[in-house]
Design a protein around this ligand. Structure first.
Ligand code: IPE
Ligand code: IPE
Ligand code: MG
Length: 250
């Protein structure tokens, strides 16, 4: 067992971990290789992150795999990412089943190539009865687009008299986001040293703890996730209250 794992309080783990998997291109470049080489070497990191989250008992892990803005990358890279998505998802099904991983997705899935959409749908269906951890892939995901969609859908219901304006609440907005079936994010990790959110889960991260590491995504291993958890556990989440109030309720 990992020494780091022993330092983790299993009664205080983040229920929902979100990761911005960044740095594949730089990782490849460091080795004199093309960017796509980095993407191809990202799968081990994905496996390790999900396994580590599962080891500590987190119930949700959400991985930012492709943003709405990533469509603006060179076509060759976008195509490579889409075909990697298809091959990796297919290849991982036995692992998902063995480890009780329920696959889910958020984002504008309609924008993905047909093949990717089909494979994703199939994997989501096949793993739908798994219950150890929910693994959500954010694909063609943008938080602003998600919020715009939610507003459109809520507005339609207002126009059709299905929702009264005065009844619009945080809960109703939550229910119209791609993440309607996911809890708020507790811990957001970003690799590669960049300290920004890049249009990821803006609403859902309102009270998340943010953790940044210099590790480039293809190098990310269980130990790195455990480091983030230990850091998270040394923080006090106050949700606007005072430290004294938190202590009193502990
Ligand atoms: C993250 O790595 C993967 C995706 C965004 C798809 P990058 O491809 O952004 O790698 P860097 O940031 O250029 O190093
Ligand atoms: C964010 O990474 C998107 C994913 C990890 C999928 P980017 O590399 O696209 O983010 P920016 O553009 O550097 O902020
Ligand atoms: Mg990047």
């Amino acid at each position: 067992m990992s020494e780091k794992l022993q330092n983790i309080n299993l009664n205080k783990v983040p229920n929902h971990i979100a990761i911005i998997m960044d740095g594949n291109g730089r990782w490849a470049k460091q080795q004199g290789m093309k960017r796509v080489f980095g993407h191809r070497n990202a799968l081990t990191a994905v496996r390790e992150a999900v396994a580590a989250a599962s080891d500590i008992g987190s119930k949700f892990i959400t991985l930012y795999a492709f943003s709405t803005e990533n469509w603006n990358r060179p076509k060759l890279e976008v195509d490579a990412l889409m075909s990697l998505l298809v091959t990796s998802l297919k290849k991982e099904v036995p692992e998902f089943q063995k480890n009780g991983i329920k696959v889910n997705s958020i984002g504008n899935i309609e924008q993905l190539p047909k093949k990717a959409r089909e494979v994703l749908k199939e994997v989501i269906e096949k793993t739908s009865n798994n219950s150890t951890i929910t693994l959500t892939f954010a694909l063609s995901y943008g938080s602003r687009e998600e919020i715009v969609n939610a507003i459109k859908n809520i507005s339609k219901k207002v126009v059709n008299n299905e929702i009264e304006i005065k009844k619009i609440s945080e809960k109703i907005i939550n229910n119209h986001l791609y993440t309607f079936n996911l809890p708020d994010v507790d811990l957001m990790i970003r690799t590669s040293g960049e300290q920004r959110i890049s249009n990821f889960l803006l609403w859902q991260m309102a009270y998340a703890e943010l953790y940044f590491t210099e590790v480039l995504w293809p190098d990310f291993r269980k130990e790195h996730l455990f480091d983030a958890i230990i850091d998270y556990q040394n923080r006090e989440r106050r949700f606007g209250k005072t430290s004294e109030q938190i202590d009193a309720n502990a």
